[in-house]
Design a binder for this molecule. Structure first.
Ligand code: GDP
Ligand code: K
Ligand code: MG
Length: 271
């Protein structure tokens, strides 16, 4: 059977470099419907299996604020690719993992390509990829896209995960005080027959108006979701959307301090 793998990551994380390495030169280049954002698709040359790689626009989050974000999230939630390759710039891992925590919520099989490992090694930093993999619940494969290092392992892991995805453990937000509200909204969505319930539950709690319209939820159910969102906002002044962003960053900061050792103390001179 043929597979569709979507390549997702921040701008400048090395998506084009990885895409070119995977597909060689025979990519089909066009635009996403209705917008002048480039759409590239190509066949993966690194496997006997038939794999189509779709390059998504570079994005920092799955919020609905830029055409790129909307294209990426619509593609992922509506076209259901077999797998996401999430390319992460390992030299800028905290910012990149913000998107990762959101991609994981789509419940699509995923592997993380931890790119720019040449730079990480040069700085003497050490990233515990196995630790991150265990924490995030998805495979993490260190690569250096410009040199083609780690690509074979990445493709092998990706095929393995597409064929036999491991169940996700509790994801970042489910581990926080929002866990109960997320679970309740998921139950409502499941009963109403929706898929992608984790992603949609978070989006509804965030009061994402595009998703609210798209799902056409019964007004009574909608009201109860809204009340749960209001209750989760708690006593603080914060909007729930800000609270959710803060919770993601807090989680990321905890896991990066646990699994990344900096080789250089900040401000230290190197010779
Ligand atoms: P995109 O914006 O995600 O498509 O990123 P690009 O593929 O254009 O890469 C951004 C920059 O990072 C380019 O200058 C690449 O040559 C560079 N780059 C990509 N992968 C690596 C890598 O593994 N190591 C290093 N040192 N640079 C890389
Ligand atoms: K670029
Ligand atoms: Mg690019």
């Amino acid at each position: 059977m043929a597979y569709r793998f979507a390549l997702a990551g921040n701008p400048n994380s090395g998506k084009t470099t990885l895409f070119n390495n995977l597909t060689g030169s025979n990519a089909h280049v066009g635009n996403w419907p209705g917008v002048t954002v480039e759409r590239k698709e190509g066949k993966c040359k690194k496997s006997k299996e038939e794999i189509h790689i779709i390059d998504l626009p570079g994005i920092y989050s799955l919020s609905p604020y830029t055409p790129e974000e909307v294209i990426a999230r619509d593609y992922l939630s509506q076209e259901a690719p077999d797998l996401i390759i999430n390319i992460v710039d390992a030299t800028n891992i905290e910012r990149n993992l913000y998107l990762t925590t959101q991609l994981i919520e789509l419940e699509i099989p995923m592997v993380i390509a931890l790119n720019m490992m040449d730079e990480v090694n040069k700085h003497g930093d050490v990233i515990d990829a196995a630790g991150l993999e265990k924490e995030l619940g998805v495979p993490v494969v260190p690569i250096t896209a410009v040199k083609g290092h780690g690509i074979k392992e990445l493709v092998e892991k990706a095929i393995e995960s597409a064929k036999n995805p491991k169940p996700l453990g509790k994801t970042a937000l489910e581990k926080t005080q929002l866990g109960a509200a997320i679970e309740s909204v998921r139950e409502i969505l499941k009963k109403a027959g929706y898929g992608n319930t984790l992603y949609y539950a978070v989006k509804l709690l965030e009061k994402d108006s595009i998703i609210e319209e798209k799902l056409k939820i019964d007004p009574a159910l909608f009201k109860s979701i809204d009340e749960m969102a209001a209750a989760s906002e708690g006593k603080g002044e914060e909007e729930i959307e800000t609270m959710i962003a803060d919770l993601r960053y807090k989680y990321i900061s905890e896991i990066t301090s646990k699994y990344i050792k900096k080789g250089r103390v900040q401000g230290e001179l190197s010779f």
